[in-house]
Each structure stands twice: as structure tokens, then as C-alpha cells.
Design a protein around this ligand. Structure first.
Ligand SMILES: Cc1cc2nc3c(=O)[nH]c(=O)nc-3n(C[C@H](O)[C@H](O)[C@H](O)COP(=O)(O)OP(=O)(O)OC[C@H]3O[C@@H](n4cnc5c(N)ncnc54)[C@H](O)[C@@H]3O)c2cc1C
Length: 585
């Protein structure tokens, strides 16, 4: 097996991975950096982000207000030291992006424009039309090109971490076009592998968001934190799951039931606001968990529109007018026409909540370090405990930047004074990893189909671990996922070739998703309360006495995972009431 030597290996070339690579290269030009990604960097999911990125910039805003919105929006499960650091770094990172060439929309006076976003009390979401993620990723990608110390491994699939002497010292990855496995020896590894929304059937997430990064760390003994918190975005297309950004509502779009009523006023998010400019934090700009839950209740009441893709509510933007829509929401117009045949200028669009974002992930501290020395993580795959029980829209793109950079700085610190690596031990680990893959190719007793197992997993997750949950449903989900993990040991690999073996990659991705689904359902069953995106019909109240804690789930092979808890860091905001009725401070 070929071995390549680096100081730091980064898994993932989305926003978090690219930001980490730039910080490493800028801080110490001598570092040898490997940037490994299963897709070409610009195809990472960050590219699909539409609405924008939050950072305090206007005179009427403050770090304290951004802090309060984030902590309250997260239902007090965020670590407050982490949020304090984040809100202060956010504008610096967004300004840095501007200096690297990111074309933020401007106000008529030339200053940076901001738009309202759900759960944010002030306008602080920087945007580039409704293609913010594309512009951010493009800016970062172009910036990485100036650093010769960054070696890219595009279309390499990361397989296993190499752990020896109690620390992470590299990984194995397969070159997808040849099937060759390489050993990456690295003194530190940063995982930036993105989310895992593809465990669910209706998702805004690109097909590559299968939780591989989370599973890499989890299988190496690092706990996954707060995995039970899954964000549904209230406005996805009902057939493809494609996102219609929250900016639709930020710019003044409204949600209607089949009677034409703006039903959010019936769920503590009123009073009804005039059409036109929305009121921050109320009605359509309530937080995502609340708005998604209101949809569920409308379905129960028979107030939804029945379509060929299931029950929907309507997103109406007609009153914004064609000119404004084309300036601010061109992609949304394109998406609705292309996938649903609806022109938002002329008609309201049927939409439904779809899985969008994982609040949980690889447990890290505020320095983006995991419990395994030498292993760091940032971006959606990580749970640094910024987003708590519910992420506010437009905080994630900034999280990538702030904690991508932190991960790089922590990795650099880790490189100082390391003992020499034991090359033979690392090679033995890499051989084990290769043997695991070879085992899939040589298996003759396979009985289970990858797509069959995947469908059963997705159905289970949507039915029992969705917007609302119960004890009985979650128990069924835990049992079913455990069964599927056992049956996965007999999955058949149909394609035994080496060149772009997509069958193999989908089998590996399914393995990652099953591990993530197991942690998620076990965590959800154990959390007997309702908080943020985790809503239980049998425990409807938040229970701060018992559950103002992060869940920490540990992998135990094929056995049931072990759940433990970690206290939430509270610095100055004691748990309070989440009030989106317009009467709050
Ligand atoms: C449609 C959509 C719109 C969004 N809009 C917004 C928004 O407006 N504002 C906001 O703040 N947030 C938004 N979000 C959320 C935000 O975009 C994501 O959370 C964020 O972009 C994730 O970035 P990342 O760098 O962590 O991961 P990604 O950008 O997903 O990148 C993951 C990387 O990991 C690599 N990878 C994964 N597995 C492997 C493997 N096995 N081997 C090698 N490489 C691997 C991939 O190739 C990829 O390069 C949106 C999300 C979606 C889906």
C-alpha cells in the first residue's frame, strides 16, 4: 500500500475544510497539508446554501443580542462560552471573506446589506442573492489555490482513522477512480465531513451527506454529542426535498393553510403581521423547530392541501412582485419552476418540512478538539455546542469559518513536541482497514441489498424519529436500526470492479448512516423531555432538572451504544422561556 506523509490531513473540502486548510497554510507555510474529499471541492454541500451568514454589523445590533438569539433559539442547550466566542469572531470572518473576494449584496450607500432570518431579533444575515453558499465556497476554494503547501486529493473516499499510542496519526482513503487505497500518515487529522441528513427520505441535503465523518470518529471511540436534535426546515419542495430558503420568508413570503389562513398565529407566533416587510422573530420568522411543528398540527387538523406528494402547506410570495423576486430570490424562482412547475411570481408553492441539518455530531470543545488527541473536527459533522437543540438559520455558514479556523490552530498546537510515530504499528492499522474493504469484495454469503436496507432505515427514521416522537416509536426505531446494523454485515456488493465503484461507496455510506442513526435513536429514546427540535408527545415539557445536559453516545461495535451525559456550560443566560409571540424584549 502506498504511504504518503503529511503534517495535517483534512477530511472534507466544504466550507469548514477549506477554511481550516487556509488557516494552516497561512499560519505556517512549511506545513504539509492534505485535503481529502470524496467530491471535487465545489461540489460540497456548502455550495447549496442559499440564504446567508449571520454576523453583527449594523449599529442597532450587538454581540449580546446575537448571543441571546442563539442561546434562546437553541433552547439553552448551547455551551455559552462557545456562543460568546462565536458571535465575536463572526463579523471578522465575514469581513475576511469579503477581502478574499466574496461578493456580498450591498445597501444603496455601499455598506454590506443584511436580511432578516428566522429566530434572529435583528437583521444580521449577510447574503449574496440566494446563492450565498456558492459564493462563500468559491471564495474559499480560490483562496486555497494560492498555497502550494495544500495538496488536494479530490475524489478520495476516507475509510478509517489510524490510531496508535492513544492518538490519531492519519487515515486510509481510497482513490475512487482506481480503487487504490492509500495510507495517509499525518500528525493530526481534522474531520470536516459535513452532515448526515440522508438518513431521512425527505431532505434538503445533497446525496453525499451521509455522516461518513461522524462515523469515522465514532468508530475510533470519540462520542457523538446531541445526535437526537435533527432540524427540519419548514419549507422544502415536497417531491425532491429541495430547499426554498428561509430568505423567502425573510423577504416577506407568508405561509398559508388550505383555507388561506396564515396559521402560525394559531401556534404562539402571532399576532398576524401586515403583508410586506415581516416582523423579526414572529409569524413566518419564528424559529425552524416551531414553524415545522405547526405544520404537523395543521396536518392533524386537516388544514393542509393534499397533493400527489403528500400533505402540504403553501408558501406565498406573489405580493413581493417579479422585479424584487428576481433580484433577491432568483434561485428560488428557478427551483420551483424546474422541479414543481410553479412560478412563484404567479402562484403560491406547495411545501413541507424536510430534514435539513444535524445539530449533533462529533463531540468537540470550543477549540474544535475531540477527546482523541490528534483528532479535530469542525463544521456540520462536529458538535461544538453552538447550536444547542435548534440551530438558527445562517449561523452554520459562519460556524464553518470560525471553527474551521479554530481546528487548524489547535492542530498546529498539537504538532509541537510529538513523539515519533511507530511506522510499523500504523502500517498494521492501515492493513486492517484494507482487509475490511477486501472483505466486502470477497464476501460470498451476502444476502442483503444495500438499497433495501437503506429504504428500511429511511422509513424508520421518518416514521419514528421525525418532527414528533414517542417512547413506543423510538423503541421501535432503536430495535429496527440495531437489526439493520446486524443485517448490514451480510450486505451484497454487486459491482466488484475498481474503477469508480459507486456500489461500494454507497455500501460504505450506508454503514456510516446506520451508525449515525443508531446514535440518534438511542439518544432520542433516552431524552425524556421536549427541547428544541426534539419533541416528544409523551414528555411535552422541557426538563432542565434532568436534561439540561448534552447526550454523549459511544460506539460499542455491534452492541447497543452507550449513552452518557455532559453538563451544558452556562455563563450568563439561565434557561428561560422561548417567546416568539412578539411581546418579548
Ligand atoms: C440546501 C441547503 C441550504 C443551506 N443554507 C444555509 C444558509 O443559508 N445559511 C447557513 O448558515 N447554513 C445553511 N445550510 C447549512 C450549511 O450549508 C451546512 O451546514 C454547511 O455548508 C456544511 O459545511 P461543511 O463544510 O461542514 O460540510 P460540506 O460542505 O457538506 O462538506 C463536506 C465535505 O466532506 C467530504 N466528505 C464527506 N465524507 C467523506 C469521505 N468519506 N471521504 C472523503 N471526503 C468526505 C465531502 O466531499 C465534502 O467536501 C444549508 C444547507 C443546505 C443543505
Amino acid at each position: 500500500m502506498e504511504t504518503v506523509q503529511f503534517d495535517v490531513a483534512i477530511v472534507g473540502a466544504g466550507g469548514a475544510g477549506l477554511r481550516a486548510a487556509i488557516a494552516l497554510a497561512q499560519t505556517d507555510p512549511k506545513l504539509r497539508i492534505a485535503l481529502i474529499s470524496k467530491v471535487y471541492p465545489m461540489r460540497s454541500h456548502t455550495c447549496a446554501a442559499e440564504g446567508g451568514a449571520a454576523g453583527v454589523i449594523k449599529a442597532d445590533d450587538s454581540f449580546d443580542m446575537h448571543f441571546d438569539d442563539t442561546v434562546g433559539g437553541g433552547d439553552w442547550l448551547s455551551d455559552q462560552d462557545c456562543v460568546e466566542y462565536f458571535v465575536k469572531e463572526a463579523p471578522k470572518e465575514l469581513t475576511q471573506l469579503e477581502h478574499w473576494g466574496c461578493p456580498w449584496n450591498r445597501e444603496p450607500d455601499g455598506s454590506v446589506a443584511v436580511r432578516p432570518f428566522g429566530g434572529m431579533k435583528k437583521q444580521r444575515t449577510w447574503f449574496a442573492a440566494d446563492k450565498s453558499g456558492f459564493h462563500i465556497l468559491h471564495t474559499l476554494f480560490q483562496t486555497t489555490l494560492q498555497f502550494p503547501s495544500i495538496t488536494r486529493f479530490d475524489e478520495y473516499f476516507a475509510l478509517d482513522l489510524l490510531v496508535d499510542d492513544g492518538r490519531c496519526q492519519g487515515l486510509t482513503a481510497m482513490e475512487m477512480r482506481s480503487g487504490m487505497i492509500k495510507q495517509f500518515s499525518a500528525k493530526a487529522v481534522i474531520i470536516c465531513g459535513g452532515g448526515a441528513g440522508r438518513m431521512f427520505p425527505f431532505s434538503t441535503n445533497g446525496a453525499i451527506k451521509t455522516g461518513d465523518g461522524m462515523a469515522l470518529a465514532y468508530r475510533a471511540g470519540v462520542p457523538l454529542k446531541d445526535m437526537e436534535f435533527v432540524q427540519y426546515h419548514p419549507t422544502g419542495l415536497p417531491n425532491t426535498g429541495s430547499l426554498l430558503t428561509e430568505a423567502c420568508r425573510g423577504e416577506g413570503g407568508v405561509l398559508l393553510n388550505k383555507h388561506g389562513r396564515r396559521y402560525l398565529q394559531d401556534y404562539g407566533m402571532g399576532p398576524e403581521t401586515p403583508l410586506g416587510k415581516p416582523q423579526l422573530k414572529t409569524m413566518e420568522l419564528g424559529p425552524r423547530d416551531r414553524v415545522s411543528q405547526a405544520y404537523w398540527h395543521e396536518v392533524q387538523k386537516g388544514n393542509t392541501v393534499t397533493t400527489e406528494w403528500g400533505e402540504c402547506v403553501l408558501l406565498d410570495m406573489r405580493h413581493l412582485g417579479e422585479k424584487y423576486i428576481d433580484e433577491r430570490l432568483p434561485l428560488v424562482r428557478e427551483l420551483a419552476i424546474a422541479y414543481l412547475g410553479v412560478d412563484i411570481v404567479k402562484d403560491a408553492v406547495p411545501i413541507r418540512p424536510v430534514v435539513h441539518y444535524m445539530m449533533g455530531g462529533i463531540s468537540t470543545n470550543t477549540e474544535a478538539a475531540t477527546t482523541l488527541p490528534g483528532l479535530f473536527a469542525a463544521g456540520e459533522c462536529a458538535c461544538v455546542s453552538l447550536n444547542g437543540a435548534n440551530r438558527l438559520g445562517s449561523n452554520s455558514l459562519v460556524e464553518l469559518l470560525v471553527f474551521g479556523k479554530s481546528a487548524a490552530m489547535s492542530a498546529i498546537k498539537h504538532l509541537q513536541n510529538l513523539p515519533p510515530a511507530n511506522a510499523a504499528a500504523l502500517e498494521a492499522r492501515a492493513q486492517e482497514s484494507q482487509a475490511r474493504i477486501r472483505g466486502l469484495f470477497s464476501r460470498t454469503d451476502g444476502t442483503e441489498s444495500m438499497s433495501g436496507l437503506r429504504k428500511e432505515m429511511m422509513d424508520t427514521m421518518e416514521t419514528h424519529a421525525g418532527i414528533y416522537r414517542t417512547e413506543a416509536g423510538l423503541q421501535e426505531a432503536v430495535d429496527k436500526i440495531a437489526e439493520l446494523r446486524h443485517r448490514y454485515q451480510k450486505v451484497v456488493l454487486h459491482d466488484r470492479s475498481n474503477v469508480f465503484n459507486t456500489d461500494l461507496f454507497q455500501v460504505l455510506e450506508l454503514g456510516s448512516m446506520l451508525d449515525c442513526a443508531s446514535a440518534l435513536t438511542v439518544g432520542a429514546l433516552a431524552r425524556k423531555e421536549s427541547r428544541g427540535a426534539h419533541q416528544r408527545l409523551d414528555y411535552v415539557e422541557r426538563d432542565d432538572n434532568n436534561f439540561l445536559r448534552h447526550s454523549m453516545v459511544y460506539h460499542q461495535g455491534l452492541d447497543a451504544p452507550r449513552v452518557d451525559y455532559l453538563d451544558v456550560v452556562i455563563t450568563r443566560s439561565p434557561p428561560g422561556v422561548r417567546d416568539y409571540s412578539g411581546g418579548h424584549k
